[in-house]
Design a protein around this ligand. Structure first.
Ligand code: AMP
Ligand code: ZN
Length: 497
């Protein structure tokens, strides 16, 4: 398996520290607002990488922090006239709910900054002792020049950086590059006891302290969005390495999401919260859409693209329905060639998927491998060939499509069965058109399908259309296939809403 490492700027063979185990850290959100769709892209990307490592047999220990003390949270609390705890709690809950909604697996550990103050204080104390950090009044700063490797991740030259700091240089710092590890308390802000008096930690130290505590001094993968490379990850490396830790070995960064080819920005209104996007597109379609672009490339979101993804997802569901019908069809024709070919196509989908994902998690290629199998299934279905061996294989093909999509976190839990979840209106329609007397929705649906099939055979188009239109008004799609008429609920979200 080859992974692109931002540190070396090339793809490297992935060799974990401990065979079969992966220690994985991904910087989490600052909980001062609902997450936006750009945050979601980064979290979905790392969820897929984690799921794939698990699929390849690794035992993954996945750590993601919650930054629940920060200037942005303090400002938000002030704006809303409430406490920082209140804001942090509210948006942490909203974040976890959103992660569940888009099928991002729970991390092994989700530490909160406010619950890890002693972990951070002890790391900072060590840095002060070894003179990588210094105390000014009640603040503590990291001395960037004390760590010779500074700039290695972002490939920035320290002296060039300096020229970027013309204004706003804090006179109390020894060097404009130095950054705060600990900030003295200001009135009305949350604060904790420390050897330097009441105060709160800086942002960067959080990840160094938590990764050390939960993954050890050295671990395998560290991830985040590309915007975190500098200064956040550069500072994390400086702190941890100065403290003697081996720290992260592979650095993975997700490209930025833009909307309609422009950077997301709250002030221009070019901004979308994940919760609002989920009102327009299903989580499965959203994942399929995002994963059609490699995680390192920039990704542009638009509503046209989300419609395409919805259509692609419907193709997948249709193919699973086709397979379902093959499994239960009774017109058995033995065709060895078709059987062999399907068997081959299943194997090719599986090996193609793995080959693509092994190459720096090329989800676009992996999805193409799944869709090649889907196309084959649809052609096979249209050709009308079926045999008992083919039926068993159809089951296997459906399982392959489902399982490979599940590795991408696209969960198609149950077979989109013909009659499950149909609305009560089906009974009324059957009563109206057929004088149906019962109260079994499935039975009523079958009767309507039978009525339509007969009307089609008799070329009685008004009746055939009345059935289809009546069902369509109930949100049910009627489809005539080479293997008969079937109906299913339209799961596509209504664009007009
Ligand atoms: P934050 O809460 O701002 O620290 O962001 C949480 C995560 O989302 C970080 O890994 C960021 O790098 C990532 N992120 C922020 N904006 C974007 C974006 N436009 N596209 C992709 N990832 C982003
Ligand atoms: Zn971090």
């Amino acid at each position: 398996m080859r992974i692109y490492n931002t540190l070396s700027r090339r793809k490297e063979e992935f060799v974990p520290l401990k065979a079969g185990e992966v220690g994985f850290y991904v910087c989490g959100p600052t909980v001062y607002n609902h997450i936006h769709i750009g945050n979601a892209r980064t979290f979905i990307s790392f969820d897929v990488i984690r799921r794939y490592l698990e699929y390849r047999g690794y035992n993954v220990r996945f750590v993601q922090n919650i930054t629940d003390v920060d200037d942005k949270i303090i400002n938000r609390a002030f704006e809303e006239g409430t406490t920082t705890e209140d804001i942090a709690q509210k948006y942490t809950k909203a974040f976890v709910e959103m992660m569940q909604a888009i099928g991002v697996k729970e991390p092994t550990v989700r530490p909160k900054a406010t619950e890890e103050i002693p972990t951070m204080v002890s790391l900072i104390e060590g840095l002060v002792l070894s003179q990588h950090a210094y105390v000014v009044d009640n603040d503590v700063y990291f001395a960037v020049r004390s760590y010779a490797g500074y700039g290695e991740l972002s490939r920035r030259n320290i002296d060039h950086l300096i020229s970027g700091f013309r204004v706003d240089v804090d006179e109390r710092k020894n060097d404009a590059l130095d950054f705060a590890l600990w900030k003295a308390a200001k009135a009305g802000e949350p604060a904790w006891e420390s050897p330097w008096g009441l105060g709160r930690p800086g942002w960067h130290i959080e990840c160094s302290a938590m990764s050390r505590r939960y993954l050890g001094e050295s671990f395998d993968i560290h991830g985040g969005g590309e915007d975190l490379i500098f200064p956040h990850h550069e500072n994390e490396i400086a702190q941890s390495k100065a403290a003697g830790d081996g720290f992260a070995r592979y650095w993975l960064h997700c490209g930025m999401l833009t909307i309609n080819d422009e950077k997301m920005s709250k002030s221009t209104g070019n901004y979308l919260l994940l919760k609002d996007v989920l009102g327009q597109v299903s989580p499965q379609a959203l994942r399929l859409l995002m994963l059609q672009t490699h995680y390192r490339s920039p990704f542009d979101y638009s509503s046209d693209r989300s419609d395409e993804a919805t259509a692609a997802l419907m193709r997948v569901e249709n193919s699973l329905r086709n397979l379902d019908m093959l499994v239960y069809s009774d017109d058995i024709v033995i065709d060895d060639r078709a059987v062999e070919e399907l068997q081959e196509r299943i194997a090719i989908a599986e090996s193609g998927f793995q080959e693509q994902m092994d190459d720096d998690f090329n989800t676009a290629g992996a999805i193409a491998a799944i869709f090649a199998l889907i196309s084959h299934v649809n052609t096979l279905f249209a050709s009308g060939t079926a045999s008992s061996r083919l039926q068993a294989l159809a089951l296997q093909a459906a399982a392959t499509i489902r399982n490979l999509l599940a590795v991408l976190g696209v969960d198609l839990a149950s077979s989109p069965k013909a009659t499950s979840g149909l609305p009560d209106g089906v009974l009324d329609l059957a009563r109206l058109l057929l004088d149906y007397q019962g109260d079994d929705i499935g039975e009523a649906a079958d009767a309507l399908a039978g009525l339509r099939a007969k009307a089609r055979t008799d070329k009685d188009w008004p009746v055939a259309d009345a059935v289809r239109d009546g069902l369509s008004a109930l949100g049910i799609i009627v489809e005539d296939t080479p293997r008969g008429t079937r109906m299913f609920l339209n799961t596509r979200l209504d664009e007009d809403e």
